[in-house]
Design a protein. Sequence first.
Length: 122
Amino acid sequence: MGEQAAAPICRSDELVDGGLGVRFSLDRDGATRSAFVVRHDGKVYAYENACAHIPVELDYRDGEFFDLSRRYLVCATHGAYYAPETGVCLGGPCPGRRLNAIAVNERDGAVWLSASDPANHH
């Protein structure tokens, strides 16, 4: 099928440390998945937008993935909270489980799906 046309997920300046995330969709395992990217401690991290407890989207309002302290990703539905660096649930209804990570990289002033992510292989 060939490489899909590479387009950035978002511009780097759209992601403020601990601020709103950017939602995007990707094809993985034959299905279109909701996903998001955030910036934490200067680095970008991306995950499927599905809580490890019950697969509902984490953000109650578009892009609001961080808790009030801006230190953890939080599910607005049942309060599971996750380490932004690893996606591991630190508390709430599913401790020890994790969000499905998506490989991304930041270059040329934008955030891109990494060539190593399975979604980039067709």
